[in-house]
Ligand binder design. Structure first.
Ligand code: PMP
Length: 377
């Protein structure tokens, strides 16, 4: 198999798997239990928190709570803050190119709870325009949610500058969905008042994510229960998963320069091949992350080509995995100015550091061959 869908999920690292197996077996007690075994599980949980906050250089300013993934973390960050601070103002600013776990959470706040949500467009490079953000901000804005790296096209937002605009408004908190950035594109994480991510995108296990938040922020909890995670996310915490995620995060950040150099090598081979084929056109901007590229099939249907590749055990993605069942063309690509045909027939290839140039060459050759065999749309 050639797995080129790492933005959807990547293989857990050996370190994360071994740690998970060990702790799930040896320290299975409930981390909230007051007995010795529970206290030991809790020690690991607190160590996982410290490791993550330290690796992200957030230990002085932020707290962290563990969730089942970025979807839950995004929902808690957005709804929890919106409900908590609704009396200060009811305006939220976000972007059309955000992940569905942000856009749909905000849609609910707008449709069912009377918040006003302003969705900024992206420019032709798939990024949020600073001037657009400036125009949208006002004294009623309590929350701004913008991602660091786009999951469909790999564009990179200038988080630091965006944060500096948001922070001119003292009532507004800045949420950054860093799910596609952690371990790939470093930025000043402390710019975000609320930072969310999922462990399985950087070598942790599926079912583990986190919300890092400025110590001064409070949330209205979305799940009521036994008051775990400071009362903001009740339910027994998956300590072995959280601990494995903390190790994966440390490793991903330590290896980031080497992993990025490898991804650049792979991306340069891939883009060279894509550019040589007149049936394809790259959609990602020039300065996209080297871990992910988006291109369109100019004459073929993406779903048909994806299936043909899958038959040969080559795995890539159209749109993002979470939106796979949708038939609508990509809103992000439309917003960048591409036409419907192009936005409807996009393919995303995403790397992990264990991919090889040989795999990229095989993918390119197989794709070219399939494009000559399969009928056009
Ligand atoms: N945000 C972004 C940018 C993502 O790419 C993803 C995963 N596709 C998510 C949030 C949601 O992550 P999860 O499915 O692990 O909850």
């Amino acid at each position: 198999m050639i797995y080129l869908d790492n933005a959807a999920s990547s293989k857990p690292t050996r370190l994360a798997l071994d740690s998970y197996a060990k702790l799930a077996e040896l320290s299975f007690a409930n981390a909230s239990s007051p007995h010795k075994a529970g206290r030991e599980a809790n020690r690991y949980l607190e160590e996982a928190r410290k490791r993550i906050l330290k690796a992200l250089r957030l230990e002085k300013t932020h707290s962290i709570l563990f969730t089942s993934g970025a979807t839950e973390a995004n929902n808690l960050a957005l709804k929890g803050v919106a409900f908590q601070y609704a009396s200060r103002g009811k305006k939220i600013v976000s972007c059309l190119a955000e992940h569905s776990s942000v856009k749909n959470a905000l849609k609910e706040l707008q449709d069912q709870f009377g918040f006003e949500v302003v969705y900024l467009p992206v420019n032709s490079e798939g990024k949020v325009d600073i001037e657009e953000l400036k125009k949208a901000m006002d004294s009623q804005t309590i929350l701004v949610s913008l991602m660091a790296v786009n999951n469909e096209i790999g564009s990179i937002n200038d988080v630091k500058t965006l944060a500096s605009i948001v922070h001119q408004y003292p009532k507004a908190y800045f949420h950054v969905d860093a799910t596609q950035a952690i371990g790939k594109e470093a930025f000043e994480y402390s710019c975000a008042d609320l930072l969310t991510f999922s462990g399985h995108k950087f070598g942790g296990l599926k079912g583990n994510g986190a919300l890092c938040y400025k110590k001064t922020i409070k949330f209205l909890p979305l799940a009521s229960g036994g008051d775990q995670e400071y009362g903001y996310r009740s339910g027994t915490v998956d300590m072995p998963g959280a601990y494995a995620m903390s190790l994966a995060l440390e490793e991903a950040l330590k290896e980031l320069p080497a992993h990025k150099a490898k991804a650049k090598e792979l991306m340069s081979a891939l883009e060279k091949g894509l550019k040589e084929n007149p049936l394809l056109a790259i959609n990602s901007p020039k300065d996209h992350t080297p871990f992910l590229v988006n291109f369109s099939l100019l004459k073929h249907k993406a779903s048909v080509i994806l299936e043909a590749l899958s038959e040969k055990e080559i795995y890539v993605s159209s749109h993002s995995a979470c939106d796979e069942k949708k038939v609508d063309p990509s809103e992000t690509l439309l917003c960048m100015g591409y036409d419907e045909g192009r936005a409807d027939n996009a393919i995303r290839v995403s790397f992990s550091p264990s991919n090889t140039v040989e795999e990229v060459e095989t993918f390119l050759q197989t794709l070219s061959q399939i494009l000559t065999e399969v009928k056009t749309r």
